[in-house]
Structures are given as C-alpha cells and as structure tokens.
Design a protein around this ligand. Structure first.
Ligand SMILES: C[S@@+](CC[C@H](N)C(=O)[O-])C[C@H]1O[C@@H](n2cnc3c(N)ncnc32)[C@H](O)[C@@H]1O
Length: 296
C-alpha cells in the first residue's frame, strides 16, 4: 500500500519525543506515519492517535498492529482530546503533534479531487450525517458568505466573479456535482489553471468542516492535556492555519492564564521542508512546522 509520506519526522522526534517512557498524542494520525516514527523511538511509552476519518483509523490499525499494546486509536475530532484523555485516564502527556490538512489518499479521492466530474459535492472529513455538505454550502449560503469563504480560505482575489456565477447557476438549477462546480469555475475564469481550482476546492472544504474554528478548539484542548514542560508541534499547509498557530503560541492571553506566558517558542521562525523532502513530496512545499514548550 502507498502510505502518505509524512514530513518533518526528524524535527518531531528530536524536539518532541524526549522521554522513551512517556505518553504522546498524534492528533491527526492519518496513515500512521508519524505515530509509527514515535512508537519506534519509545520503550514503554504510549501513543494516543486520533483521526476524524474512520478510513485512516482502519489503515493505521493494520499498519501499527505490532504496537497494539502501546497504542490507542480513536476515530474522532482533535477538538475532544481533553475528553478522550479524561475517559482513558491518560495523563502526563509529554508531546502532541498536529499534521493538518489532508493525507494523499484523501486529496486524490472522489470526495475531494476536482478530477471526478460525477462525484457529489460532499467535502466532509467524516461521514457524520448531521454535518452539512458542500451542496448545502454552495446552494444556500448568502452572496456575502460565499465571497468571504473564497477570499479568506482560498485566497481567491476575484471571488466576486466566482460567486456571481454561482448565484446565476443556482437561480436555474442546484449545484450538485463536481462537474457543476467545474462548469461554474470555467465560466468565471475561462483561463483557469489547476492551482486555482485546487484553491477553490480547498476553500470550500475548509468552510464545510469549519476547520479554522475546529483548529482553535483543538489547540486549546491539547494545551489542557499537555504537561508543563511538554511540547507541541503543529504542521500547517495554509497561511490562515499558520497564523492561528503562531498567534496561539505567542499570545499571553491564554484561555486559563489571562496574562501569564503559556508557551516558549522553540524557534522564532517555523521549520521549512528540505529540498529533498519537497522533491519526494511536492505538496510539502507550503508546509511549516512550529514547535513550542508549555511553560505554564
Ligand atoms: C496530513 S494528514 C496526517 C498524515 C499523518 N501524519 C501520517 O503520517 O499519515 C491529516 C489528517 O488529519 C485528519 N483530520 C482533519 N481534521 C481532523 C480533526 N478535526 N480531528 C482529527 N483528525 C483530523 C485527516 O482526516 C487526515 O487524515
């Protein structure tokens, strides 16, 4: 099987995994690459690995079978890390990693890739039937909401042009499939390239899953369970995500300690992938890794 190629493993192992007998959390387990690297370095330590996508947990379960006595896998959202730790009575967490975005098999799947014309516009990260899909978002959001989504989550400069075409289309019929969306994109931007389509799809995915708010809640939840002296690593692929992480690590106004410094940032500038990592995995080119130690 072709597993997702994880990045920054060296930096994570060097900075985060310092106690071979400690407990760690992988908040975004995916195909289990980082979890595997951490478990391989531990002697008696435990890993709690979480992913919102049930398929990822299935894959990781098989791949990490030989570590099953030191690994707990949970299919759920990292917003709830504190609840999972409480339920499992898991304490003294030495390190937590977040590797945001999608893994390769998700990016290339019918659900998220623009290459599958007949696919239904879903874009949910899990199969939670209570969550709205991209169909709901594209057909029922207001003009203003849509402009904000494409501008802020996709960095689309001319998002008004795109939204005008969306409104025109949905006046006569519903936007249901990837082909419908691709048709609209082509109407708005006749010379569109695949990078722009990817940005538009990404903006919709971030909005459907409320990813930036979920990230803020996830970071707070992780802060609660991390022990003082423990370290947190966050890999981002999107400038809005990176801004949230940077602010979170720098902010003195944490949710518990209003004016105490909660983090010591390990390096003032984020780690960037090496040329070698980028050549093996071109999607890594926009990745940034920030690491901080909890001091309060
Ligand atoms: C870039 S991949 C992680 C890859 C992983 N580090 C590996 O080595 O295979 C990001 C993962 O985060 C998961 N994810 C996204 N939002 C999540 C959330 N709110 N809670 C838990 N997992 C989430 C995705 O389903 C995806 O599998």
């Amino acid at each position: 099987m072709n597993y997702h190629k994880e990045i920054f493993s060296k930096e994570i192992l060097e900075n985060i995994v310092r106690n071979e007998n400690g407990n760690y959390i992988d908040a975004t387990c995916g195909d289990g690459g980082h979890t595997l690297a951490i478990l391989s370095k531990l002697k008696t330590g435990f890993v709690l690995a979480v992913d919102i996508d049930a398929k990822a947990i299935e894959i990781a379960k098989k791949r990490l079978d030989k570590f099953s006595d030191r690994l707990i896998l949970i299919n759920g959202s990292y917003e709830n890390l504190d609840l999972y730790c409480e339920k499992l009575n898991l304490k003294n967490i030495e390190g937590i990693i977040f590797d945001l975005g999608l893994r390769t098999s998700q990016i290339e799947s019918e659900r998220f890739s623009f290459r599958y014309g007949n696919a239904i516009l879903d874009f949910r990260l899990s199969d939670d039937i209570d969550k709205q899909t991209a169909i709901g978002l594209l057909n029922f959001s207001s003009e203003k909401e849509l402009i904000t989504i494409f501008k802020e989550f996709g960095g689309i400069k001319d998002s008004k042009k795109l939204v005008k075409e969306i409104l025109k289309y949905r006046n006569s019929k519903q936007i249901i499939t990837h082909s419908d969306l691709n048709y609209i994109i082509n109407k708005a931007f006749p010379y569109v390239n695949s990078d722009l389509i990817v940005q538009i799809y990404q903006a919709i995915r971030i909005a459907v899953n409320n990813e930036l708010e979920v990230l803020k809640r996830g970071l707070f939840s992780a802060y609660k369970v991390l022990k003082v002296g423990g370290k947190m690593a966050v890999i981002t692929f999107h400038s809005a995500e990176d801004r949230i992480v940077k602010t979170f690590f720098k902010s003195k106004k944490n949710f518990i300690y209003q004016d105490k410094l909660c983090w010591e940032v390990i390096k003032p500038f984020p780690f960037k992938p090496t040329e070698e990592e980028i050549s093996k995995n071109p999607r890594a080119r926009s990745a940034k890794l920030r690491i901080a130690q909890k001091v309060n």
